[in-house]
Design a protein around this ligand. Structure first.
Ligand code: PRT
Ligand code: MG
Length: 218
């Protein structure tokens, strides 16, 4: 007999993506029963008794979905590109958490020499490697986990690959965008097996979220 009461777990990226995705989920009829921002809990029941929310680190969101600990997830495209997941489908571009993945350099140095072997510092080593390889440019990649803006200032690197929104962070550190690699936004992702086994339960949720995104365009 078919189980009509399958629970659906959604992994949400905390931080700026959470702030922008909660209103979207609310428009889709999914509201946590208590304020996520004011709580230290990590699991939240919602107004829909079948739906539970997990609040995880932005870079961990794909992992919960990849292993099926969450059926659905919301993650930045930047994180998805680095994660190399095999069991995830990307379903909807949520058009939140928007920014650009860029190459940035010091304002007080010449244009980047496209024939030189550049030292590139980044948290996004996969995306960076792919970008420079596609252009036939040789680089030395230096993996950092944060505050990448510092690297060109202390000659750790010639440039960095990082996310840019307003450009204020770069400016505050005497840096500027040299090249734009791609646009980034948050995506609704699903676990491959869940999408088959819980299709009936998931489709209305996915459609409601999709509709919430579309309604925003107007
Ligand atoms: O917890 P963990 O360290 O894994 O993640 P985090 O603390 O970096 O999380 P958080 O809250 O920053 O969210 C990260 C996710 O938000 C990313 O994976 C992106 O998908 C999305 N996002 C959207 C951004 C930005 N915009 C953004 N501007 N993530 C980071 N930034 C940073 C950027 O790295 C730089 O330091 O903001 C700074 C640039 O912003 P501007 O406005 O000064 O240009
Ligand atoms: Mg952080």
């Amino acid at each position: 007999m078919k189980n009509k009461n399958k629970e659906i777990v959604i992994a949400l990226s905390k931080g700026r993506i959470l702030e922008q995705s909660l209103p979207l989920l609310a428009e889709a009829g999914i509201k946590p029963l208590e304020s996520i921002k004011e709580s230290r809990k990590l699991i939240f029941p919602t107004t829909n008794p079948k739906i539970k929310l997990l609040v995880v680190r932005a870079s961990d969101a794909p992992t919960y979905v990849e292993y099926g600990a969450a059926d659905l997830g919301i993650a930045g495209k930047d994180v998805l590109l680095e994660a190399e997941c095999k069991n995830i489908f990307e379903l909807v571009d949520l058009k939140v958490g928007k920014c650009r993945l860029c190459v940035a350099k010091r304002q007080d140095t010449a244009e980047l020499d496209k024939t030189a072997i550049l030292k590139v510092a980044s948290k996004y080593v996969k995306s960076a490697a792919q970008y420079f390889a596609e252009q036939g440019r040789q680089v030395r990649l230096i993996k950092l986990y944060g505050s990448m803006e510092l690297a060109p200032l202390v000659d750790l690197a010639d440039c960095i690959v990082d996310l840019v929104d307003t450009g204020n962070t770069l400016r505050a550190n005497g840096l500027e965008v040299a090249e734009t690699i791609r646009e980034i936004s948050s995506r609704l992702i699903v676990n491959r097996a869940s999408f088959t086994l819980k299709r009936e339960e998931l489709l209305p949720i996915v459609r409601a979220i999709e509709t919430a995104v579309e309604n925003r365009k107007n």
